[in-house]
Design a protein around this ligand. Structure first.
Ligand SMILES: [Zn+2]
Length: 432
């Protein structure tokens, strides 16, 4: 708040000073003759739309490229030529019902179609020009990224806090699933927990909001304990991006907490488990059961090599993965496996689906965590950091992080409507 006010003040001073000096040197007064002011060009898809009769529609059931062309006064030999010439760029048989298209037609009385523009999605478009010679190409609409800030204090739920300020629920998903998945249990947030985020919104063609693109930095205070998170690329070639604390600790762990996205722990690792069915005899449970519907994807909790993908006795169909000399994990009772022995898998890859094969009373995945050849409770392990930052990168990270941390610290926990951001604070870059 304070910072932005100072920023605006400085900007004003600079502007006043520069405007003044200009005036003293150049006293010529510009006049504008309103009669000769031309219509502003309206650009879209790289065309000045003012030069055409623009017809917009969506592909309807029964529409083919030929039918659309015929409707717009293009005859058959020409349609064949267009299809033939355009086929390396775009297969006209792929027009999908409901997708928008635009025809640019001549401004004379004939209104002959000259270009056909089809949008298979919000970002891409295909252009087929056929006024004189025929040529086709695909292109993308300009994407703009706008940096924003948010903060909130949780009373009931984080989604309610976000919604109350008109903020995207995706902010909560990114914080819960990506940034703080290993450090904060978002199902156990408490009243008074609070957060701040510097995030980036995405716009197509300057105007179409395409949602939250990413969170650049965040701050979360859970039970009065603050955790900073800064996005940082440790390997720009492989595209490895992680979140690090203000002390350069990786917030991601080498293992996911759960092999299923929306499972519930139905039975924990317990060496003293007693079961009525067995006359209350000790039946140790060396796994952690996650109940989830049959068919739910099961993910590898860490990178590794599949050492077993088979079916055996009470285990049913299962997969075992060796992560390194110390750790292996195993996933039981699958309906089917999705990987074979010897395959390399990455953290989060789908390796099979929840089922009821082997000894099981209901659909779940029994997750077994092996450390040095013994099964242990993964929830009691201090799991290794995903990839510690290298010494050379650490200095770079700390330099990068410092001003962003100041920016985070300056965000107040006041309602969104009360905060002002100047235009230049908002915009960070425009990508082509
Ligand atoms: Zn189990």
């Amino acid at each position: 708040m304070q910072l932005s006010k100072i920023g605006i003040l400085l900007l004003t001073i600079v502007c006043l000073w520069s405007c003044k000096s200009e005036k003293s040197e150049d006293l010529e007064i510009e006049t504008v003759d309103l009669a000769v002011v031309e219509e502003q060009p309206r650009y879209e898809f790289g065309f000045n739309l003012n030069a055409y009769v623009v017809k917009r529609d969506t592909i309807r059931k029964g529409d083919t490229f030929g039918i659309i062309m015929e409707r717009n006064k293009i005859g058959y030999p020409k349609i064949f030529q267009i299809v033939e010439k355009a086929k390396d760029t775009f297969n006209i048989a792929k027009l999908q019902v409901g997708k928008p298209y635009t025809l640019l037609c001549s401004q004379d009385s004939l209104e002959m179609a000259q270009s056909f523009i089809y949008q298979p999605n919000k970002e891409e478009y295909v252009v087929i020009n056929f006024k004189d010679s025929i040529h086709a190409y695909t292109s993308r609409k300009p994407i703009k990224y706008v940096e924003r800030m948010a903060s909130g204090i949780i009373q009931n739920s984080i989604s309610e806090t976000l919604e109350g300020q008109g903020l995207s629920p995706k902010l909560a998903f990114i914080m819960a699933d990506d940034i703080y998945a290993w450090t904060i249990d978002f199902r156990r947030l408490q009243p008074g927990d609070r957060f701040k985020a510097i995030y980036v919104d995405k716009y197509i063609d300057d105007t179409i909001y395409a949602g939250v693109h990413k969170i650049k930095a965040a701050y979360f205070e859970h039970k009065n304990e603050p955790i900073y998170a800064f996005e940082f690329a440790t390997d720009s070639v492989k595209g490895i991006v992680d979140y690090f604390t203000d002390e350069a600790k990786n917030l991601r762990r080498a293992f996911l907490k759960s092999p299923v996205k929306f499972g519930r722990v139905s039975s924990r690792y317990n060496l003293n488990r007693r079961i009525a069915y067995y006359g209350y005899k000790r039946r140790p449970h060396k796994g952690t059961d996650f109940a989830a519907p049959v068919g739910t994807p099961i993910m590898a909790t860490a990178n590794g090599t599949v050492t077993e993908s088979t079916r055996r006795g009470g285990n049913g169909k299962y997969v075992k993965i060796r992560h390194n000399a110390t750790y292996s994990t195993q996933y039981l009772h699958m309906s089917r496996q999705a990987v074979k022995k010897g395959e390399f898998v990455k953290q989060g890859d789908v390796i099979g689906y929840v089922g009821m094969t082997g000894n099981t009373g209901g659909p779940h995945v029994c997750y077994r965590f092996w450390k040095n050849g013994r099964q242990v409770d993964p929830f009691k392990q201090k799991l290794p950091e995903a990839k510690p930052i290298s010494d050379s990168l650490k200095a770079e990270f700390l330099t990068y992080m410092k001003p962003i941390k100041l920016q985070l610290d300056a965000i107040e926990f006041t309602p969104w409507e009360e905060r002002e951001l100047s235009e230049d604070q908002l915009e960070i870059r425009t990508a082509k």
